[in-house]
Design a protein around this ligand. Structure first.
Ligand SMILES: C[S@@+](CC[C@H](N)C(=O)[O-])C[C@H]1O[C@@H](n2cnc3c(N)ncnc32)[C@H](O)[C@@H]1O
Length: 184
């Protein structure tokens, strides 16, 4: 089995990826943006769910870009562009084209990122956050941009062995914020 290379902050846990992608309205041939791609794990899972997806993965850290490129090669992700830099700057560029679905895993400069996604008329946006301050900021900004749909708080506990029996260990809670264009 192909092993995913890791980088600090990633990969996003599979259960969180599953819920996040279920909220994104992925469709065959869609243009998917992985903003703060880290390892590229979310893009890899998205590519298993629909046909002919076109992926644009962005991260500000060179280390993450290098790991994403290696993971895309190992998992045979062919229809992908990988951009290094601040996502709000990259999203503004003409050559990135239209945006159907955007997953946001990194929330630096999030207000500007959301403004650019709204300007580009991204149809569906799903954001992961761990800090409540980020969540409040994102909900308020999405409401201002007429994008806000819902926010979820997800806690996963995973089985772990204990003296030959099984206990559950909680993982860090994650907030998922969902935005859709054309709310009204
Ligand atoms: C929690 S990690 C993402 C993990 C990723 N979803 C995965 O599965 O590996 C957040 C990433 O977002 C990047 N990031 C945060 N804000 C960013 C921004 N405004 N532009 C580009 N990258 C950003 C960080 O460099 C970091 O690699």
């Amino acid at each position: 089995m192909t092993e995913l290379l890791h980088v600090s902050g990633g990969p996003t846990k599979p259960e969180i990826i599953a819920v996040s992608l279920s909220k994104l309205d992925l469709a065959d041939g869609c243009r998917f943006f992985d903003i703060g791609c880290g390892t590229g794990a979310v893009s890899i899972e998205a590519s298993k769910m629909v046909r002919d997806i076109s992926i644009c993965a962005i991260d500000a850290r060179e280390e993450a870009i290098s790991v994403t490129k290696k993971n895309f090669e190992a998992f045979k992700i062919n229809n992908a562009q990988v951009f290094s830099g601040e996502s709000s700057d990259i999203l503004e560029k003409q050559e990135v084209g239209s945006i159907d679905c955007a997953f946001i895993g990194g929330t630096k400069n999030i207000s500007r990122v959301l403004e650019v996604l709204a300007e580009k008329k991204a149809k569906s946006i799903v954001l992961n956050a761990v800090r409540i301050e980020t969540v409040v900021n994102v909900i308020n900004k999405m409401k201002e941009l007429d994008l806000f749909e819902e926010a979820l708080h997800i806690i996963v506990s995973r089985s772990a062995p204990i003296t030959g029996e099984t206990m559950f260990k909680p993982e860090n809670p994650i907030y998922i914020v969902v935005g859709k264009s054309g709310k009204n």
